[in-house]
Design a protein around this ligand. Structure first.
Ligand code: NAD
Length: 407
């Protein structure tokens, strides 16, 4: 008789990073994993601040447990922001656990090396490749969508003006002018949201492909005579300092004429490009608002104070570093769906988990595996030679590993 099979346990702790009130798994998402023959253990109170109480998880078949039990029972640990690996909690993990979360692999490569040293595997949600097959797993996009929406709501709240044009007996009010810098996922959502509120919206991006997308959501594309900077995977590449200055100079006039500026310009793994110098802020009308969605990587505005809202030259500059967490219910729902889809390519019908570095989604996002940092870009930053993810990985230590049944 074969020994009885015990299901793979997916464990979900409460987030510990300051201000992080999202949760990695919602009750609905937990039910989907349980249907896939996985067991789900959630730390007591983990979803409370996002709008999901313990009873809701239990009703879907999940178990509520202490923090210690969550970490010690995990075969797969799901987090929003992975607190790796120095936290006391992480020491509770059993060997061979797979941790999945946002973990800043390009900004904190040293922590990736430490994590590899624990022998556990790590998938970075920042590194899910931007390929059609992985769209439903793309947490950067799902959270950027939320951030783009909320940036406009925050701007509207901080502005002394209303957004729509109004013709009333008490006079005519002009529509607010909103300028969006960087029209990727967050920027396009910001444009759509500002349009819905009745603003007149314009936008700029260094990627040439964006012009049509901006126009298709009803905004005017601002033409600036700067070189386009198309990178790979849908991202922009870093501009030269000279091009960046030229862009900032050309944009200053548009910024001065705007009531609201929402900036989202980012280059993966690099500090945010500084596109709004203090001199451009000084030329804005008092009461204008800048929401700097790039605050987490330093900000697009020279006067942004990351993590704070400041008023400079009469302009409110919002440098909130975790806007998705201010919409925790829907941000968690979308993130949890991304995780369920990702686990869907790793878990078979019997509930067995296979970490297969030859799968292109796993190859792109697996950072630690088999005791090594295996992601090519992270290895490069760490100055490591040799092993990489993907096809070459099979020749080194990153064979597919299957978990399931008795362990
Ligand atoms: P991002 O957060 O890295 O950057 C935000 C935006 O800032 C980008 O549009 C970028 O071009 C822009 N930017 C960078 N430097 C700038 C500058 N100096 N001035 C103005 N703008 C600047 O990018 P993102 O929003 O996560 O994604 C960018 C694009 O990737 C999306 O618009 C989409 O086309 C593509 N994408 C594809 C997939 C997929 O195929 N599965 C998934 C998600 C996104």
């Amino acid at each position: 008789m074969p020994p009885p099979q015990s299901p793979i346990t997916v464990a979900v702790p409460k987030e510990t990073v300051s201000g992080e009130i999202r949760v990695a798994l919602t009750p609905t998402a937990a039910a989907l994993l349980i249907k896939s023959k996985l067991a789900v253990v959630v730390e007591a109170g983990a979803g409370q601040a996002a709008g999901f109480n313990d009873e809701a998880y239990v009703a879907k078949g999940a178990k509520i447990a202490s923090r210690k039990e969550v970490f010690s029972s995990a075969d797969i640990l799901l987090q929003v922001q992975s607190s790796l690996p120095s936290s006391a909690d992480m020491k509770e993990l059993k060997a061979g656990c797979l941790v999945i979360g946002f973990c800043d692999p390009l900004g904190s490569p040293g922590r990736m090396a430490e994590m590899a040293g624990t022998g556990n595997s790590l998938i970075s949600m920042e590194l899910i490749p931007r390929i059609t097959r992985a769209q439903s797993m793309d947490a950067l996009s799902s959270q950027a969508n939320i951030a783009g929406y909320k940036a406009v709501v925050m701007a509207a709240e901080a502005s002394p003006k209303i957004f729509p044009m109004l013709m009333t007996a008490a006079g005519t009010i002009q529509a607010a002018r909103v300028f969006v810098i960087g029209a990727g996922v967050a920027g396009l959502q910001a444009i759509s949201t500002a349009k819905r509120l009745g603003a007149v919206v314009s936008a700029f991006d260094v990627r040439a492909a964006v012009k049509e997308q901006v126009q298709s959501v009803g905004a005017k594309f601002v033409e600036l005579p700067v070189d386009t900077a198309e990178g790979s995977g849908g991202y922009a590449k870093e501009q030269s300092a000279e091009q960046q200055k030229k862009q900032a100079d050309l944009m200053a006039k548009v910024i001065a004429e705007s009531d609201i500026v929402i900036t989202t310009a980012a280059i993966p793994g690099k500090p945010a490009p500084k596109l709004i110098p203090a001199s451009a802020v000084a030329k804005m009308q008092p009461g204008s608002v800048i929401v700097d969605l790039a605050a987490q990587t330093g900000g697009n505005c020279e006067l942004t104070d990351p993590g704070r809202t400041v008023i400079k030259h009469g302009v409110t500059i919002i440098g909130h570093q975790n806007i998705p967490a201010t919409v925790p219910f829907h941000a968690s729902s979308m993130y949890a769906n991304n995780l369920v889809k990702l686990l869907g390519i790793m878990v078979d019908k019997e509930g067995k988990l296979t970490i297969n570095p030859k799968d292109d989604v796993i190859a792109g996002s697996l950072v630690c595996h088999g005791g090594e940092v295996v992601h090519a870009r992270v290895r490069e930053i760490l100055g490591l030679k040799g092993a990489v993810n993907g096809a070459a990985a099979a020749e080194v230590k990153t064979e597919a590993v299957t978990l399931g049944g008795t362990r």
